[in-house]
Write a protein that binds this ligand. Structure first.
Ligand code: MF3
Ligand code: CO
Length: 252
């Protein structure tokens, strides 16, 4: 069953999305050499508590942190930890905020200090692939149209698309139907309908797309040690086009 959200549910999710977007902009300011991901995680918990919100990931299937923090060759679900990040490291902070009953999910890859050209290109292409996917999130299109747009562009630019993790429906729980793969064929898969809430969250690797699981049972990393980046938004499919709930340009 694919849920379609009411106007009220969408408004609650939009409030969660705005708070999450603001929080990402605060995190961006912290990304300097010496910062640790456990500090970021503590900051997130404090920020959410101060704003009357909670971290939906904490306690989710036994996950212990407010954020996922995935460094360099970690693809997703990295554990926040007490390890100082260095100039040039990349780190993806992913979090799900619950606020006034609504959920929103957004991941962003940050560079510590200055990005060199190779790093900047990885981040730029990954972010653009997200927005190309979002462009396809139209009433009447199919899930495959989203993945196809992302994969075609990413591979043309020389990156591979992670297949073991996908976007997803969201609300009332983090992971709902349908799966949103970031690869695929046009005009295939579930049809997109007005009121659906989904995440699109492409993970692009510099090397091979395959992932391996760490012993902690959560963290996925590339099999060849290449770096991986990710950008994620929560969106609503509407008759007027995709509505991005976690857009940072929409908040102060
Ligand atoms: N935002 C993450 C995702 O969409 C949520 C992962 S659940 C967690 O995959 F428990 F790992 F945090
Ligand atoms: Co996420």
């Amino acid at each position: 069953m694919i849920e379609r959200k009411s106007k009220r549910e969408i408004e609650m999710m939009a409030e969660a999305g705005r708070l999450l977007a603001k929080l990402h902009k605060e995190i961006a300011k912290m990304m300097k050499p010496g910062i640790t991901t456990i500090e970021v995680d503590r900051f997130v918990e404090k920020y959410l508590a101060e704003h009357g919100a909670t971290a939906e990931q904490k306690g989710y299937q036994g996950y212990e942190y407010a954020t996922c923090a995935s460094i360099n060759d970690e693809i997703c679900h990295g554990f926040p930890r007490d390890e100082a990040l260095k100039q040039g490291d990349i780190v993806t902070i992913d979090m799900v905020v619950k606020y006034k009953g609504g959920l929103a999910d957004s991941a962003w890859t940050y560079v510590i200090g200055e990005a060199d050209e190779k790093t900047q290109k990885l981040l730029d292409v990954t972010k653009k692939s997200l927005y190309l996917g979002i462009e396809q999130a139209q009433v009447g299109n199919r899930v495959g149209d989203i993945g196809h747009a992302i994969q075609t562009y990413a591979e043309k630019e020389g990156y591979s698309v992670v297949r073991d993790f996908t976007g997803h429906g969201i609300g009332p729980t983090i992971h709902e139907q349908p799966h949103i793969p970031h690869y695929g064929l046009p005009n295939k898969g579930a049809r997109l309908k007005d009121g659906m809430a989904i995440t699109i969250e492409p993970m692009l690797n510099e090397g091979k797309w395959q992932s391996q699981m760490d012993d902690n049972g959560w963290t996925a990393r590339t099999i060849d040690g290449s770096r991986s980046a990710q950008y994620e938004h929560t969106i609503i499919i509407t008759k007027d086009g995709p509505l991005i709930l976690t857009e940072q340009d929409d908040v102060e």
